[in-house]
Design a binder for this molecule. Structure first.
Ligand SMILES: NC(=O)c1ccc[n+]([C@@H]2O[C@H](COP(=O)([O-])OP(=O)(O)OC[C@H]3O[C@@H](n4cnc5c(N)ncnc54)[C@H](OP(=O)(O)O)[C@@H]3O)[C@@H](O)[C@H]2O)c1
Length: 245
């Protein structure tokens, strides 16, 4: 059990492109990080190595968040090692296109079970620890601006992200005043040249601020929420103005 007095963050999805940058930055902000990965062990190990230069007590664990029993096991392992939970970052997510009317049950389950069910049970495990603590703690989930857009080829993904935004409000109201619960909805941050739905120039032209976001843009929003004591139940959009289209 670690009793260093340092703030501790449980984070899902730190083996992701944006997730890894968030975890590293939070270590830089003084947090010890306990993070999950699912299939990307090598990326997770690289991220942990960088984090440990700054925060040597940080750990990682494999966890498929679409399975609530694995989430419970990850939190049990967390509690064996740490005696406090200051921050949950719920970032684990799947994303792929599912054109209507050919969405399969397997695709639906993969997207909704990971993104929505996984986030719900992760948040539920976190609040069970947080509500016993005598200090204010925080939950920040990662959604997507597409929760507020009509993307005809992404219905299971977008409904899962819209669901997370609703959970943000329910948890914020239920667990106030000791737990502050907010979401960040990124626009286009990391570009995957092989996976983009349209030419990258078209994506950039659709953003009023004329550039994709940088992980730092999301990290700044997270730090803003960590420094705020009077914001809960909100979704902060960080999209270069793209929702204005
Ligand atoms: N990057 C962007 O431009 C962007 C834009 C809008 C919203 N967002 C949101 O921001 C968050 C972070 O994005 P990102 O770029 O880091 O995403 P990413 O690169 O696609 O990574 C996804 C992460 O989720 C994990 N994951 C997927 N399925 C899982 C499962 N069943 N159980 C546990 N973990 C699982 C992956 O773990 P493994 O790889 O280890 O399997 C990985 O760590 C996500 O919630 C995403 O929806 C990102």
């Amino acid at each position: 059990m670690t009793h260093s007095g340092k703030k501790v963050c449980f984070m899902t999805g730190a083996s992701g492109l944006l997730g890894g940058e968030i975890a590293l930055s939070l270590a830089g902000e003084g947090y010890t990080i306990f993070f999950t990965w699912n299939t990307s062990e090598e990326k997770a190990a690289q991220t942990l190595e960088k984090i440990r230069w700054i925060s040597p007590e940080s750990r990682m664990i494999r966890c498929d968040v679409s399975k609530p029993a694995e989430i419970s096991s990850a939190f049990a392992a967390f509690q064996e090692q740490f005696d406090r939970l200051d921050l949950l970052i719920a970032s684990a997510s799947n994303f792929f296109s599912t054109p209507l009317p050919y969405v399969t049950e397997k695709q639906w389950d993969c997207l909704v079970d990971t993104n929505l069910k996984g986030t719900f049970f992760t948040m539920q495990e976190a609040v069970r620890i947080m509500q016993k603590q005598s200090f204010v703690s925080r939950i920040i989930s990662l959604t997507d601006i597409s929760a507020n857009l009509v993307w005809r080829n992404f219905a299971p993904y977008t409904v899962s992200k819209a669901g997370i935004q609703h959970l943000t409000k329910v948890f914020a109201k239920t667990f106030a005043p000791h737990i502050l619960v907010n979401s960040i909805a990124p626009g286009t941050i990391t570009l995957h040249p092989d996976k983009e739905l349209q030419p990258i120039e078209d994506t950039i032209n659709s953003i009023p601020l004329k550039r994709p976001g940088d992980p730092l843009d999301i990290i700044r929003a997270i730090i803003f929420l960590l420094e705020s004591d009077y914001i809960t139940g909100q979704v902060i959009t960080v999209d270069g103005g793209r929702l204005l289209q």
